[in-house]
Design a protein. Structure first.
Length: 255
């Protein structure tokens, strides 16, 4: 269910929310041991893989969406494996570090996903993850205000069953990593400013994830009102949003 929201939107994502997620890359990759073998799970456009590879790492990139994998592969000049959590096509203990940037908040079973991240990481290796927290980010708040003003309908948003969901906070992310048998060494937040052109943000708001679900549920009249209200917010200037995410690091215990 969760991953299906991201099918067929690679181009729109690359224009819009890929730039948002890129703000977490410095935190997610900081201090990885040089020369190690790294797995980038849910690589998206490949920007994180590119940054890690430039630091003298061997990086394997995977993404569950074939279109996204092709996009990332073209950028990276290397094959991107089409695969996703919780079924990665790799042997146990194969990577010195495993990173999953904005992935565990987009899978159908986050705990099974966390266990799989730990399975493919070597004893003593790192697992690093980022997610969006429970507080709506400013771009979502802006969009919700526009939806309300335009009289938009609100279809039920896809949600995980309560027994599979987790608290979208440092404590919650640390909790599912700990449940997976990993030793959590850090859990906190990272923040940055995201600048995005109005046309690029519009591409994401009208197609990607739950934003796209809401957009497609509206009548043509409501969509027209939304577009007019959106255009009135900025006269060609970029949007800037101060955003924050949750990040955590864990180590695989040595036997």
């Amino acid at each position: 269910m969760a991953e299906s929201l991201w099918t067929g939107v690679a181009g729109a994502y690359a224009r819009s929310f890929a730039g948002l997620c890129a703000g977490a890359i410095p935190t997610v990759v900081a201090g990885l041991p040089r020369g190690g073998r790294v797995l980038d799970v849910g690589c998206g456009t490949g920007e994180l893989t590119e940054v890690v590879r430039a630091e003298a790492h061997e990086v394997v990139a995977v993404d569950p969406d074939p279109e996204m994998a092709d996009l990332a592969g073209s950028r990276l000049g290397q094959e991107v494996v089409v695969a996703g959590l919780p079924d990665l096509p790799f042997a146990d203990d194969g990577f010195d570090a495993v990173v999953a940037s904005f992935v565990l908040n987009h899978v159908d079973d986050p705990r099974a996903g966390a266990r799989e991240l730990g399975r493919v990481a070597a004893p003593g290796g790192f697992v690093r993850a980022s997610i969006w927290g429970s507080t709506p980010p400013p771009q979502a708040t802006m969009w919700n205000d526009l939806l309300d003003a335009a009289g938009a309908v609100r279809p039920p948003a896809p949600r995980l069953p309560a027994d599979r969901d987790f608290d979208r906070s440092p404590h919650g992310l640390a909790g599912i990593l700990g449940e997976a048998g990993l030793a959590v060494t850090h859990a906190g937040t990272a923040s940055w400013t995201w600048r995005v052109a109005p046309a690029d943000l519009w591409a994401g708001l009208t197609s990607v994830g739950n934003f796209g679900v809401l957009w497609r549920a509206q009548s043509a009249d409501v969509q027209a009102r939304l577009r007019a209200a959106y255009d009135a917010l900025r006269a060609g200037d970029d949007f800037t949003f101060d955003v924050e995410c949750v990040v955590a690091e864990a180590r695989v215990p040595r036997s």
